[in-house]
Ligand binder design. Structure first.
Ligand code: NAG
Length: 376
């Protein structure tokens, strides 16, 4: 790969400079032992290399249809945001937050797997190119980009029927075109949705206004649209972490009609993460599952930099437990959205939390194959 070629060139240059030092000072003979570096090293795991997710190889799959992979990581889009913008910078923000992920080796202790040394082919495919001027076109571009990635033969056909994509949003609207693309491969899926908001608002005048139909599709309404289009398994989909204010109790009634069960954020005080996980697993069962994680599930003290922050949320530890508790479910794809790097603090607190959540999701995908003939 380009990356290892670049490192080899750097190593050679250092050796050459060592030789020239020796030539000038005839009494001191010191040639540093520099070998071509093998992946990963501490330095490569942190500072050097282009900023892909956790230093996975960057391969632009959109420009070459013959590239095969098991998991691809991508997507930027923030033009349907109601409050803070900036999530279009999120893919690179999370990648920056993931620089340290492999430093100590990458082995996931509670999940007992190392997604970096497994045989799965994991690539960072960069962003889907899309217009920032026209949401109708951008949403279509996102759908087609995901369809392109999904409908290829996986590198290892014994592990999944289609490649699995982890999308780094973007505002939450991106989940709609992703579900459309997934539907073209798998049909309707159960959704597990971690968020402080249900995103099933239907009266679009209260969530962003709707001067035109396309304006009604935004990061607070896309699940309503997805359900109407038949992209979601009704009655087997789940929101966890909900705690926003509502127009009134009727919002929950519509939500149930659309197909979701809910565990509110505050319920964790009584039932713990174990109870939350149990509710989710009972709801989705053996169905194919799409996982959508809004970073605002976390309390703003753990993730301050998001489109619509809500206090009274979960800790990073609780959410990581919740995600790794989905072990063994038939996970066909995932997104992590609403991280807005321009608002993050100097310590990249939100980006690091998001990167670690992606790491948990990736560990799940590497551990558990999803073959359609075994599911249906
Ligand atoms: C596309 O990818 C394949 C498989 O990795 C490779 O053999 C081929 O050279 C690539 N084509 C181009 C134009 O880069």
């Amino acid at each position: 790969m380009n990356l290892s070629t670049a490192l080899f060139i750097v190593a050679t240059a250092i050796t050459a400079s060592g030789v020239s030092v020796r030539a000038r000072t005839s009494q001191v003979s010191f040639t540093p032992k520099v070998k071509p570096i093998s992946y990963p090293t501490a330095a490569e795991g942190v500072f050097s290399g282009i900023g892909t997710f956790a230093h996975f190889p960057y391969v632009d799959c959109f420009r070459n249809e013959s590239i095969n992979y098991d998991t691809a990581i991508l997507a930027p889009f923030d033009t349907a945001t109601i409050y803070r913008p900036g999530t279009c910078f999120n893919p690179s923000g999370i990648c920056e937050g993931s620089r340290r992920t492999i430093l100590a080796g990458g082995y996931n202790v509670p999940q007992k797997v190392n997604p970096f040394t497994s045989l799965a082919v994991v690539l960072d495919t960069g962003d889907i190119a899309m217009t920032p001027y026209d949401n109708e076109v951008a949403i279509r571009q996102l759908q087609l980009g995901h369809q392109d990635l999904l409908h290829r033969t996986p590198a290892d056909i014994s592990r999944s029927s289609f490649p699995r994509v982890i999308t780094l949003g973007g505002d939450h609207t991106i989940t709609l075109p992703i579900l459309r693309a997934l539907n073209s491969a798998y049909g309707p899926a159960s959704v597990i949705h971690f968020d402080s908001h249900s995103d099933t608002w239907y009266d679009t005048t209260s969530v962003g206004g709707a001067s035109r139909e396309i304006a009604g599709i935004n990061h607070g309404t896309y699940f309503y649209g997805a359900s109407k289009e038949g992209l979601i398994k009704k009655g087997n989909s789940f929101h966890a972490g909900i705690r926003t204010t509502l127009n009134g109790p009727e919002d929950y009634e519509v939500d149930e009609e659309i197909g979701f069960e809910i565990v509110e954020a505050r319920e964790i005080d009584g039932i713990g993460t174990k109870g939350v996980i149990e509710h989710i697993r009972n709801c989705v069962g053996d169905n194919l599952v799409y996982l959508s994680i809004d970073i605002d599930t976390l309390d703003p003290s753990f993730a301050p930099t998001t489109g619509t922050p809500e206090s009274d949320g979960w800790s990073t530890r609780e959410l990581r437990r919740g995600v790794s508790g989905l072990a063994g479910l038939n996970l066909i794809g995932a997104d992590i959205v609403e991280v807005s790097p321009p608002f993050d603090d100097n310590g990249q607190i939100t980006a690091i939390a998001a990167a670690d959540l992606v790491y948990e999701v990736l560990s799940l995908m590497v551990r558990f194959p999803v073959l359609l003939e075994e599911v249906e």
